[in-house]
Design a protein around this ligand. Structure first.
Ligand code: IFM
Length: 480
């Protein structure tokens, strides 16, 4: 029996009645209150306070002050009609040094947030790690060190003990690719290190941390809890159909996608990845039993998708295109892929410069579902930054963002009608927020935040999305 037979779709562009309609955020991007109630610096506090690392020196010190305004933010979600909210826990807030006992006030904050959500009929979806490693753990070596994976599992157990009675949906890591390869490879993210071997060691210890954390969660949580990991899977497309370009796509698929899917879901690193990176490392940091520990049964695979990845082969020493984001930078976040160039497809782009292509989301969902047919999927992030214009009355009409979300929801619907088991969609992001190295310069929010007053104003895309969420029916933005 296929998923579509068990989960009937009553009309074209109707979504299942139990579909999760959510929005997503992450602790460092919204909370602020960086030094309150016992919280100590994470690597992103250190990085953002380091001159030259973040646009115009922006930091998350105040962010959008969600720590003090969470009730208002839950109220906004409730008014929009969302039935789920994905947030992350700040490790430094609940276990400041990354070791030892928890800080009660930190846990109390998340308990209060969860209770507010539940009272509003909004299902909390908790992510344990969205990039903000306690600085003390980085000082001890960070993710390239095995001990960080062990500390992560202890932290997972602490949060599970504190919130397991009321949170059903748990995610271990968010986008470990970014942690490993932007944090330790290209250095554009915290902690800003640029060593390809360290980035591969970090990748393995993130995998291990995920597996150990799942074990800790299963031990602490009631049996019905849903466990997942959020991966920013790359829909990799070769520039041409040449064998060389197809091999370039294979390399990026290996170090972008299969480096996680392999150990987490199949219990082994892909042979081609090991071969591609053999000149850098013999992978002896993978100990006997590690891949078995990484491979733990999951209830869902959470997928973050924004834009496709277009690649070609380049000869050694040849120029790479300039307009590529970080792919072709001096310190590459793609170990084993020096012969690969990154391109941006022509056509419409978001304010990040990312090409808009919803067909790649459909292809990605179809491919992952074909490879892992028994594992339900959820879109844990999708959305777009645009240059919003504020009207004289303070309102923001953002048809481009609504069109982007509409196109991607159509792709999700198409996948559903094909029988792909997609359980929900979380819009990135609920609020304008701290967009990492871009600071506050890029706005992904469905809700505008005035950074002077911290006033929140739902954009027209939020009102449109709220109606889709309330009705479960996808209609074109602003068609009525
Ligand atoms: O803001 C980020 C988020 O933290 C992780 N996924 C991508 C988003 C947009 O860049």
């Amino acid at each position: 029996m296929t998923a579509s037979e068990t989960r009937p779709l009553t009309a074209i562009r109707s979504f299942p009645s139990d579909f999760l309609w959510g929005a997503a955020t992450a602790a460092y991007q919204i909370e602020g209150a960086a030094a309150e109630d016992g919280r100590t610096p994470s690597i992103w506090d250190t990085f953002s306070h380091t001159p030259g690392k973040v646009f115009e020196g922006h930091t998350g010190d105040v962010a959008v002050d969600h720590y003090h305004r969470f009730r208002e933010d839950v109220g906004i979600m409730s008014e929009l009609g969302l039935n789920a909210y994905r947030f992350s826990v700040s490790w430094s807030r609940v276990q400041p040094t990354g070791r030892g006992p928890a800080v009660q006030k930190g846990l109390d904050f998340y308990r209060a947030l969860v209770d507010e959500l539940l009272a509003a009929g909004i299902e909390p979806a908790l992510t344990l790690y969205h990039w903000d490693l306690p600085q003390e753990l980085e000082d001890a070596g960070g993710w390239p060190e095995r001990a960080t994976a062990e500390r992560f599992a202890e932290y997972a157990g602490i949060v599970a003990d504190a919130l397991g009675d009321r949170v059903t949906r748990w995610t271990t890591l968010n986008e470990p690719w970014c942690t490993a390869f932007l944090g330790y490879g290209s250095g554009v993210h915290a902690p800003g290190r640029t060593d390809q071997v360290d980035s591969l060691r970090a990748a393995h210890h993130l995998n291990l941390g995920h597996g150990l954390a799942v074990q800790a969660l299963r031990a602490a949580l009631p049996a019905d809890r849903q466990l997942a990991v959020s991966l920013n899977l790359h829909e990799v497309r070769p520039l041409t159909d040449s064998a060389e370009d197809r091999d370039a796509a294979r390399r990026i698929d290996a170090v972008g996608n299969r480096i996680w899917l392999g150990p987490m879901l199949d219990g082994a690193y892909p042979e081609d990845l090991l071969a591609d990176t053999a000149h850098l490392t013999d992978w002896s940091f993978v100990r006997d039993g590690d891949t078995a520990a990484v491979r733990q049964p999951l209830d869902l695979l959470a997928v973050n998708y924004y834009t496709p990845t277009l690649v070609s082969h380049v000869a050694e020493g040849a120029e790479k295109p300039q307009d590529d984001g970080h792919g072709n930078s001096e310190h590459s976040p793609w170990p084993g892929a020096d012969s690969v160039a990154f391109h941006r497809a022509p056509g419409e782009r978001t304010a990040m410069g990312w090409p808009v292509d919803a067909s790649a989301l459909y292809d990605l969902l179809s491919r992952v579902s074909a490879a892992y047919p028994d594992l339900p999927l959820v879109i844990s992030e999708n959305g777009a930054a645009y240059e919003d214009e504020v009207g004289e009355d303070g309102s923001v009409h953002d048809p481009e963002r609504a069109a982007y979300v509409h196109a991607h929801l159509e792709a999700v619907h198409r996948a559903l009608t094909d029988g792909v088991d997609v359980r929900g969609y979380f819009l990135w992001s609920l609020l304008d927020n701290f967009e990492w190295a871009y600071g506050y310069a890029k706005r992904f929010g469905a809700v505008r935040v005035d950074y002077d007053t911290l006033e929140r104003t739902p954009k027209s895309s939020a009102l449109w999305y709220g109606r889709v969420a309330r009705t479960g029916e996808l209609h074109a933005p602003f068609s009525d």
